[in-house]
Design a protein around this ligand. Structure first.
Ligand code: PA5
Length: 429
């Protein structure tokens, strides 16, 4: 396994009344068995794309061809999408950072100032577009697309657009597929059965990953290893996502902890935590159930949130997510540190400070009787990120089963979308 999970400090033996008793955890673990059995059956039948996507390779040639076209023609690619259509790309991009060729910008919002700034800084002669929208009708993404499409057509002419723009959407009639057809743009199919927040391993994440030169086969192999380890485990306790779900739901329901903080000690996992936040919130927040996922980054949030976490309301469960850092990074100059009276830093590497801070925070939370799960990665690469993505998708699906909610829809979001549209229709008179 390319990550380890430690849940002992979520138990009463470590955090007293805030934690679960061994019997309670055993009971909750037993309740994950039906969900695991259903997932096993779905894997065997190939009936759930969430479980088959990691083993797929047949889609990669078309994805690679589209990515290669954009890599060759563009210095900068703008990915348009929001929620499940953008956060996967941002999560994967963090593996390589922003100093890539081509550069990838992910445009999620419709704040006019942001879009004006992007347009002002974009060299349209060397720019490309990836438009991701499962439904093909999200007004934010379509508005961005219409603006950029017009700007690119004006700068390059219509004939040049086909080699610069790739659309990822469901193969059905929609405003986006109509536009793509009209302009002769290439379309890669978004699986209709794979919701946005579960789509990162599909073309939705794989296309930006290949534009950035990431190894999608390794990403999927890491995810597959996690899936197989979880579903082939002899008992739920050995299935890491089931254990995570049992602890999370046990703490939420039995200890009434309405919030779950994911505190990552790794800048490259900051977008991953945003991705997790959507996955957990949108999948579980139904029928008055679910817990509020809170995003946090170590060490930065030690200096802004930790006081609350340690001494505020005892209403949160914590996951401290670390990547091996000890012994890594620049060395702190020994003489300068000693001169400044910072002997404990002298000659240490920044990674030593990072690792010590993560460990200290987790232990301090436990000492204050806050339940803490620890997840640790020996290294962060495509494989371990794929493993982590699959872990949290499975954990969420199993948690939904324990809570008795449907993990794959988001019915409440639709009302706001309809109202936005009616306001614009009213204004248009
Ligand atoms: O996960 C989800 O379903 C949402 O976050 C969607 O991805 C988001 O609303 C964007 O929708 P679409 O991909 O249809 O443009």
């Amino acid at each position: 396994m390319s990550y380890s999970q430690e849940t002992e400090t979520c138990l009463a033996t470590a955090v007293g009344a805030a934690g679960l008793s061994a019997a309670e955890l055993s009971e909750d673990l037993a309740r994950t068995a039906p969900a695991l059995a259903r997932l096993r059956a779905a894997r065997a039948a190939g009936s759930l794309p969430h479980l088959t996507i990691a083993a797929r390779r047949d889609d990669l040639p078309a994805i690679e061809a589209a990515a290669a076209r954009l890599r060759a023609a563009c210095d900068e690619v703008v990915l348009l999408g929001t929620g499940g259509s953008s956060l996967g790309a941002r999560t994967l991009q963090a593996l390589v950072g922003t100093d890539t060729t081509p550069r990838l910008q992910v445009l999620e919002n419709v704040d006019p100032v942001t879009v004006e700034r992007l347009l002002a800084g974009l060299d349209l002669a060397r720019a490309g577009l990836v438009v991701v929208s499962k439904s093909g009708s999200t007004p934010e993404t379509l508005s961005q697309f219409l603006i950029l499409l017009a700007a690119m057509e004006a700068a390059l002419g219509r004939a040049a657009l086909a080699e610069r723009i790739v659309v990822v959407t469901e193969p059905k009639d929609s405003p986006l597929t109509r536009l793509a057809r009209e302009y002769g743009l290439s379309c890669l199919d978004h699986d209709p059965d794979l919701g946005g927040r579960y789509s990162v391993l599909s073309v939705v994440g794989a296309l930006p990953a290949r534009i950035l030169g990431l190894d999608v086969e390794k990403l999927r192999a890491g995810a597959q290893a996690t899936l197989d380890a979880a579903l082939d485990a002899a008992e739920p306790r050995e299935a890491a996502p089931a254990l995570g779900a049992a602890v999370a739901v046990g703490l939420a329901e039995r200890r009434r902890l309405p919030m779950s903080v994911l505190l990552a000690y790794c800048d490259r996992l900051d977008p991953f935590v945003l991705w997790y936040r959507q996955l957990w919130a949108e999948s579980l927040g139904k029928d008055g159930k679910g817990t509020t996922p809170v995003k946090a980054l170590g060490t930065v949030d030690q200096h802004s949130q930790l006081q609350l976490y340690l001494a505020g309301p005892a209403d949160k469960a914590y996951t401290v997510l670390t990547v091996e850092a000890a012994g890594q990074g620049p060395e702190i100059p020994a003489a300068l540190a000693a001169e400044a009276g910072l002997g404990y830093l002298a000659g240490r590497r920044l990674g030593d400070l990072f690792a010590a801070a993560g460990r200290a925070t987790a232990e301090t939370l436990v000492a204050e009787k806050r339940p803490v799960r620890r997840i640790h990665l020996a290294k962060l690469d495509e494989e371990s990120l794929g493993a982590l993505l699959m872990h949290f998708m499975l954990e969420t699906i199993i948690a939904a089963d324990l809570l008795g909610v449907a993990p794959f829809d988001q019915p409440a979001v639709e009302a706001g979308k309809r109202l936005t549209r009616s306001y614009l229709e009213e204004a248009a008179g």
